[in-house]
Design a protein around this ligand. Structure first.
Ligand code: CS2
Length: 481
């Protein structure tokens, strides 16, 4: 029976006026951006308190508010754990309960930045084109109900509309999701939506607002129930919403803010650059691309976490060859960075046994992640004449995974906005060739050049057959043989 610990509380002295509204108050932002912002205020001052917004559920608010929105960030190093209390979130709003309050908070003159971690699917875009998905149910709501938007782009457009009407400048819109050119992508969907609502508003946003692109990096596994007891035992305080994270962190930000208004990021190690593109390509392809690769193959091979997966020498060898032969040759390194060193450091981060990052968690939402993590570089590599066997096997593993049955015959709990359709496509075909062809036909996911490439389709089918006949571990072992 865990001992009864007093609840974590907030010190009154740590309160700040809000300068940022953050949409999507998940563990990642609280373990990454929020910590940098707290440190920047400690270093250089400024009113950069954060109002967090949960776009769907009330649970985060219900956990955080009784403890004054303070929470523990537990750093999980290979050699031990270090807790730290973060006091930077001033309030949490739950959008579906009171959408007008969220718009009002974003339209407040003190707010200078709206940041987002709403995951890939939160952008309501077509993954293959990056344009607004007009028929998305949340976008329908945004258009039909001016006072009660539902999507992140909807809240941004309605809040900017309110600011324009009040004669206020727009805020900076800062995407912190793992999407290529996330600032431009977000600007595109916001402008698409604004144009449907009021063309003059779209022109104003285009001319006045800023959408800096960012690259964000820190491995933050979902908090598990047992973590709450661990944090209590370690700190002597009951925290209902701690976050777990690795020691490493990186944040690269394009320095484009409305009126230059932002926390003193430079003081706390955020890299402010003109062009995020090489950093973001490095991170999305080297990290997220191999994360997804290891997630599908590792899951199928029966591994629960990424650390367990790369502890298997066959997987460590396999993923190293994927970096060296398939990913790195297609990248232009950011200034002064060795991609070989970067990928070796990634392997060490993955191997950190303190981080229990479930393969199942990373496998979520593959339809939204595959294009930018794997498919673009796979198509480029094939066009450049590289064999790309490892990433082809990764796509085959995703196809097996969304079929919904693992190697022991047990059902897989596939979480993906397209899960039902993908499963039907897979189960509707009789053999591997048919399944591969049916899934390759999903134009929202697969670029035309891959879907239409016969040689690729044959290699993908062969990889799928190997997975089905021999299992993921053997397929990984034999992949580059
Ligand atoms: C992971 C990322 O869940 C996932 O899909 O690949 O959350 C990853 O841990 C972060 O991007 C690391 O910065």
């Amino acid at each position: 029976m865990p001992a009864d610990f007093p609840r974590l509380t907030r010190s009154a002295a740590s309160r700040h006026a809000a300068g940022i509204v953050h949409l999507g108050l998940g563990a990642f932002f609280r373990a990454h951006g929020a910590i940098y912002i707290a440190e920047a205020m400690a270093a250089s001052g400024g009113d950069w308190g954060i109002i967090g917004v949960s776009l769907k559920r009330p649970d985060q608010r219900d956990r955080l508010k009784p403890q004054g929105c303070a929470y523990t960030a537990l750093e999980l190093g290979p050699e031990g754990e270090t807790p730290r209390v973060i006091e930077v979130i001033e309030d949490v709003l739950v959008a579906p309960e009171d959408p007008a309050a969220v718009v009002a908070a974003m339209a407040d003159p003190g707010v200078k930045i709206v940041s987002l971690t709403v995951t890939e699917k939160g952008y309501c875009h077509q993954p293959a084109t990056g344009r607004l998905m007009r028929e998305h149910p949340d976008i329908e709501t945004d258009l039909a109900r001016p006072d009660a938007p539902a999507s992140a782009p909807g809240f941004i457009v309605r809040a900017l509309q309110a600011r324009r009407a009040a004669g206020l400048p727009p805020f900076t819109v800062m995407s912190c999701d793992n999407l290529p050119d996330n600032g431009r992508l977000l600007k595109g969907v916001v402008l698409d939506l604004a144009r449907l609502i009021e063309p003059a508003l779209a022109d104003w946003i285009e001319a006045e607002a800023e959408f800096p692109a960012t690259m964000v990096d820190r491995i933050v596994p979902a908090t598990k129930d047992e973590d709450l007891d661990r944090v209590a035992a370690l700190t002597g305080r009951r925290d209902e919403s701690p976050v777990m994270h690795e020691p490493f962190r990186q944040w690269v930000v394009e320095d484009d803010f409305v009126g230059g208004a932002r926390p003193d990021f430079a003081a706390v190690g955020v890299e402010l650059v003109k062009d995020v593109a090489p950093y973001e390509a490095m991170k999305l392809r080297c990290l997220n691309g191999t994360h997804s690769t290891l997630a599908y193959l590792g899951y199928l091979a029966g591994f629960e976490t990424i650390a367990e997966t790369v502890a298997d020498p066959a997987f460590a060898r396999f993923i190293t060859r994927v970096w060296d032969e398939e990913i790195i040759p297609g990248l232009t390194p950011p200034p002064g960075v060795s991609l070989t060193d970067y990928s070796r450091a990634l392997l060490a981060r993955y191997a950190n046994p303190g981080i229990r990052h479930r393969t199942w968690q990373i496998a979520m939402d593959g339809s939204q992640k595959l294009p930018q993590r794997i498919l673009t570089q796979l198509a480029e590599g094939i066009a450049a004449g590289r064999p790309m066997a490892g990433l082809t096997l990764a796509v085959a593993a995703w196809m097996r995974y969304v079929g919904g049955t693992d190697e022991t015959g047990a059902e897989i709990d596939v979480r993906d906005p397209m899960a039902d359709r993908l499963r039907e496509l897979s189960n509707g075909a009789a053999d591997p060739a048919g399944k591969v062809a049916a899934l390759l036909g999903v134009t929202e996911i697969f670029p035309q050049e891959l879907a239409a490439n016969t040689a690729f389709r044959q290699r993908l089918t062969a990889a799928y057959e190997t997975l089905a006949d021999k299992g993921a571990r053997k397929a990984v072992e034999g992949c580059h043989a």
